[in-house]
Design a protein around this ligand. Structure first.
Ligand SMILES: *[C@@H]1O[C@H](CO)[C@@H](O)[C@H](O)[C@H]1NC(C)=O
Ligand SMILES: *[C@@H]1O[C@H](CO)[C@@H](O)[C@H](O)[C@H]1NC(C)=O
Ligand SMILES: *[C@@H]1O[C@H](CO)[C@@H](O)[C@H](O)[C@H]1NC(C)=O
Ligand SMILES: *[C@@H]1O[C@H](CO)[C@@H](O)[C@H](O)[C@H]1NC(C)=O
Length: 458
């Protein structure tokens, strides 16, 4: 293939942003689908390849992405792709994976998503042997639709630097308005600044996006789902608990790391009947993963899936949790635990639904999910959570996306209300001993839109 250098210089000039920091890009399927040119660097590297300042492509590849998950290259080879929330996309084609975050530009508080380009990304064969860097750019004819979003107030406001104070009126209103769940005051939150509370529920930059609705249930999945029990819980399956202990992420936006690792921990327990019970290190993810943004957020697809497949997970002792960003201090000698076959439940982002989640949960074990956190959720004490629509006038938070671990489901014997059972990472004094239940079957707070699964390699 010819050596291609065109446009890459111009591309890199506009890239004067911190590549390793947060990804506030906000790109949809509509923005990403279409024809892309990938400019790819030389191959033959191992996984230590640093792509962050990649500027030396040696070959060009043309890939067209069709909605929802078909990728076709210029030779008509076909493959698969998925959007990853609003952050970027991954393609698997001709035995190679291509993953990159979408580009964004930051100018003070203003952030612009540049959805027709990628930041430098990583390409490697599906066996992780042969790595290269690449940059993607949509072709001219596809490009006119520029998506520009401006964020205001990216740095904390004065109000957000203050300590959080609960609002008794708000808690009273929640408990008055409905009986499905109970709200309470949590003294532990009152030691936190409001900006930290935004972090623990997913992080500022993960504000509302266009989330796909659950996909229709196919007849085949419906048949499988019919055979499942009405109530199921991995904390008590044939009197055995397969879920690792509840942890506390502190005031770091690392929910995605906790949810991801908790899935791998639980699935190893399920696969080995609790013979192996490793607890993995979220600090390793926070400090060392280039597929996420440390205490500023990340996504289970890229951690329990891609990071665990490409780099492996280490156990807690190897890099104990500190809950702050820092230089990667994981001991290189630590044993790494890998996983494989990662995917969004249903195959791609947007293909998920309640029945697929149930089938997958019962068959394979707990899975990482995410949902939109509103003000009222912080106060959850017990019951089946349904968003009340009430806002906290004293502490109005933006809606954010929070990753957690799905461990079971059931039906309330008194009301007939269907629910999910979910493990949170806010300590075991929060909610129902660290867990919560949330309405099932109605995509409550989008919890049925983005389940992720992967398979630990023993
Ligand atoms: C990758 O290279 C950039 C500079 O090109 C550097 O700032 C960064 O620390 C490197 N990352 C790693 C993980 O070595
Ligand atoms: C941010 O955007 C606003 C409104 O579009 C503009 O007035 C302001 O100058 C921008 N700030 C920077 C630092 O570019
Ligand atoms: C992200 O994009 C969606 C869909 O275009 C839009 O509705 C939403 O407001 C955007 N969010 C932000 C924070 O820009
Ligand atoms: C799993 O472990 C339990 C005890 O912890 C034991 O009773 C049970 O027989 C084991 N199941 C299998 C399939 O080995």
């Amino acid at each position: 293939m010819p050596v291609v250098m065109f446009k890459i210089a111009a591309l890199l000039v506009s890239l004067a942003v911190h590549v390793s920091a947060d990804t506030p890009a906000n790109c949809t399927y509509e923005d990403i689908r279409g024809k892309w040119i990938f400019m790819i660097g030389d191959r033959g590297h191992d996984k230590n390849l640093n792509c962050s300042s990649f500027d030396s492509p040696v070959m060009k590849l043309e890939i067209t992405l069709y909605f929802p998950d078909l990728a076709v290259d210029q030779f008509d080879n076909t493959g698969f792709w998925t959007l990853i929330y609003n952050q970027g996309f991954e393609i698997v084609i001709t035995g190679r994976k291509y993953f990159a975050f979408s580009m964004y530009k930051q100018d003070g508080n203003n952030i612009t998503s540049v959805c027709d380009r990628t930041l430098p990304g990583w390409s490697h064969d599906v066996f992780d042997r042969n790595w290269a860097c690449f940059i993607g750019q949509k072709t001219e004819e596809q490009r006119p639709k520029q998506t520009v979003f401006s964020h205001k107030e990216l740095s904390p406001t004065d109000k957000e630097r203050k300590l959080y104070r609960h609002n008794p009126e708000f808690i009273y209103q929640i408990n008055q308005q409905q009986k499905s769940w109970q709200a309470t005051r949590y003294p532990q939150f009152e030691n936190m600044r409001i900006e930290d509370m935004i972090k623990i529920k997913g992080g500022r930059k993960s504000t509302i996006v266009s989330i796909p609705k659950p996909a229709p249930v196919t007849p085949e999945v419906a048949r499988m789902a019919e055979t499942l029990p009405d109530n199921f819980d991995w904390r008590n399956y044939n009197d055995i608990n397969y879920v690792s202990p509840v942890r506390n992420q502190g005031s770091c936006g690392s929910c995605y790391a906790f949810a991801s690792l908790a899935m791998n921990e639980a699935r190893i327990r399920v696969m080995t009947n609790n013979t192996l019970t490793p607890v993995f290190s979220p600090q390793d993810i926070v400090e060392c993963s280039e597929y996420s943004q440390g205490c500023d957020g990340g996504f289970p697809y890229l951690i329990s899936g891609k990071y665990a497949e490409d780099f492996g997970l280490v156990e807690e002792e190897c890099n104990p949790y500190k809950g702050i960003d820092g230089k990667c201090s994981t001991k290189p000698s630590c044993q790494r635990h890998y996983s494989t076959k990662y995917q969004y439940v249903g195959g791609f982002y947007g293909a998920c639904n309640e029945e697929l989640m149930r089938v997958n949960l019962v068959k394979n074990g707990p899975m990482a999910v995410a949902f939109e956190v509103y003000d009222d959720f912080f106060h959850y004490k017990g019951g089946i959570y349904i968003h009340t629509g009430l806002r906290d006038k004293f502490n109005p938070f933006e809606i954010t996306n929070h990753a957690v671990l799905l461990v079971g489901y059931g039906v309330d014997p008194n009301t007939g209300q269907k629910y999910w059972v979910v493990k949170n990472s806010w300590g075991d004094s929060w909610g129902e001993s660290g867990f919560f239940r949330i309405r099932r079957g109605t995509d409550e707070c989008s919890i049925e839109s983005i389940a992720v699964q992967s398979e630990p390699i023993l």
